[in-house]
Design a protein around this ligand. Structure first.
Ligand code: XIL
Length: 320
């Protein structure tokens, strides 16, 4: 039942100017996606700004295609994401709504989107990146937390559960691979939500890693403490970026170390009973978000731009 997943590139995102949507335009991309992975996560196509561009308008076209593709290829889908501070549409962020209106906007969105894919999405990242690195809720940046208070987190899980009782509902974040202030905050929140009977089913670490930092220590132990609360766990967005030399090409040593990071992350997950999936945030460097978001960095995925399998690919393969 263990799944190796990938983000599906596209959807009004960082590549918009340079590429047409890879899922639509690149046959090789689609073929590799179908053959090599057991699970897919829309990289952007289910985010608010994409799927809910106007208050009274949803755009399900790409999300439908991804879910359909996954169905035809026997793949699971991880839905991403319902409550987040980023990639929200302007009508929402700039709108002038009462608290009552905002609550019903969120409830309707969750009910509509989760309900549409009922039975076809295995896990939903219900709440994404709600804590900062100090372990404080992002009450300034996150419109929902700012306007509606922390209680909205439990509500979002309840609404999602009602819309699809079989979907597993997750808390998801980066920088929570080790035990630290942020992951401690998730641990406390998880305990509270579970004690209150909120339908929370999992905690996942994105794992956007970098060779500029040591491999996050204690990943396995950290996942295990959530496992012991009875939660599922997962690695949901792994990539391992690096500062590229002048040539733009990673060195052999960098590629070796990168492979080792992938291997260590996968082993940690495999060693935790309820850690059931390992999702790479894009499988080819050709479409990776990394060079656009982290200046001078790249080569973060498991295949080169021409889809050649890197040492990291084989590290994952051999660790399974
Ligand atoms: C990134 C996408 O990869 C980009 O295409 C987009 O422009 C910005 O968002 N954490 C998350 C993901 O939860 O949704 C982010 O994806 C990467 C960090």
């Amino acid at each position: 039942g263990f799944r190796i997943g990938t983000a599906v590139a596209g959807g009004g995102h960082h590549l918009e100017q340079d590429y047409p949507d890879p899922f639509t335009s690149d046959r090789r991309y689609r073929r590799t996606l179908a053959r090599q992975f057991d699970s897919v996560s829309p990289e952007n196509q289910m985010k608010w700004e994409y799927i809910h561009p106007e208050r009274d308008e949803y755009d399900f076209a790409m999300a439908d295609r991804i879910v359909g593709f996954a169905g035809r290829h026997g793949q699971a889908v991880r839905g991403h994401t319902l409550l987040w501070h980023s990639q929200n549409p302007e009508w929402l962020e700039e709108g002038d709504f009462t608290d009552t209106e905002l609550r019903s906007i969120l409830r309707d969105h969750i009910t509509t989107v989760v309900g549409r894919y009922r039975g076809r999405i295995q896990q939903w990242d219900v709440a994404n990146e709600i804590f900062d690195s100090e372990g404080e809720l992002r009450t300034e940046e996150n419109i929902w937390l700012r306007e509606l208070g922390p209680g909205v987190i439990a509500d979002a899980f309840r609404w999602a559960h009602r819309a699809d009782p079989h979907a597993e509902l997750y808390l998801n974040d980066y920088g929570v691979e080790s035990a630290n202030a942020k992951s401690d905050a998730y641990y406390e929140l998880s305990r509270e939500l579970l004690a209150d009977g909120v339908p929370l089913h999992g905690f996942s670490a994105q794992a956007h890693l970098s060779l500029d930092y040591p491999f996050p220590g204690g990943l396995e132990e950290n996942l295990r403490r959530f496992d012991e609360l009875g939660l599922g766990t997962a690695i949901t967005e792994i990539d391992v970026r690096m500062t590229l030399p002048e040539s733009g090409e990673p060195t052999e040593e960098q590629l070796d170390t990168q492979a080792d990071y992938y291997r260590q992350a996968l082993s940690a997950c495999l060693d935790v009973e309820g850690c059931d999936s390992f999702t790479i945030w894009g499988f080819t460097d050709k479409y990776s978000w990394v060079p656009v978001f982290f200046e001078g960095q790249g080569a973060a995925t498991v295949m080169t731009e021409d889809f050649t399998r890197k040492k990291s690919f084989f590290a994952v393969y051999d660790t399974l």
